[in-house]
Design a protein around this ligand. Structure first.
Ligand SMILES: [Zn+2]
Length: 234
């Protein structure tokens, strides 16, 4: 996954991002030229711009662009303004790299949170999902990505130094690694384990398993294998 601010600057808004957004031609190619020829340059530019978002391919981008085109102008302007406001006021928390409008996010500044546990995640969005469960009362650390040597993402590109500084402060007794169960997420988890274990801090990994309400018959072999390995006494 791409990240715009690997240089350590906390603000999401930086010149690099601005230049990337002003020239949304990277994934344009032949299809983009065709869109421009058939439907006009403005639509083609919008499609190219939307395709810069994760998980949005050309078809989805075209559907979104048509939706923007057909909605009332004020509504479309509201979306544009919301994006500008987001870029203007949001930044990364200086402690955990969560998204916040303050220098330190609400979780890090909440005195009732358990200081002895840090849950490590890849993306700020992961915090929202973990918070929904309501069972974790510790704090978080967002790496802003996962190790991926082939994409040129090594430990220096992730927010690992900040995590180590927090651990050296001495309050933390357990680090829960909640990176994704992917090759990149696993590599990141193992790398962190090697760094943290020698500090005498307990390192745990979130369990893998079958989806709730799912059926073993439809799960892939790897998931069943992990679920079996992660079994616990009832
Ligand atoms: Zn924070």
């Amino acid at each position: 996954m791409e990240h715009k601010s690997r240089d350590g600057s906390p603000a999401v808004n930086n010149a690099d991002t601005a230049s990337r957004i002003s020239s949304p031609r990277t994934r344009s190619g032949k299809d983009g030229t065709q869109t421009a020829r058939i439907s006009g340059r403005a639509l083609s530019r919008t499609v190219d711009a939307l395709m810069r978002l994760p998980g949005i391919g050309r078809k989805s981008a075209q559907r979104l662009a048509f939706a923007l085109l057909t909605m009332p102008k004020e509504e479309a302007a509201g979306i544009a303004q919301a994006i500008l406001d987001l870029k203007e006021s949001s930044r990364f928390c200086s402690v955990c790299n969560n998204i916040t409008e303050e220098p330190v996010c609400g979780i890090c500044s909440d005195a009732k949170r358990d200081l002895s546990r840090i849950c490590v995640v890849e993306e700020p969005g992961n915090i929202l999902i973990l918070e929904k469960t309501g069972i974790f009362r510790g704090r978080y650390h967002v790496l802003l990505g996962a190790l991926s040597p082939l994409d040129g993402i090594g430990p220096e590109e992730l927010k690992i130094d900040g995590l180590m500084d927090r651990l050296r402060a001495g309050d933390v007794k357990e680090v829960i690694i909640a990176t994704n169960p992917t090759v990149k997420g696993e590599a990141t988890a193992l790398y962190l384990l090697q760094l943290i274990k020698p500090m005498g801090i307990s390192v745990t990994r979130i369990a893998y398993g079958l989806p709730v309400g799912g059926d073993i018959e439809y799960a892939d072999e790897n998931t069943v294998l992990r679920a079996l390995q992660g079994r616990r006494e009832m």
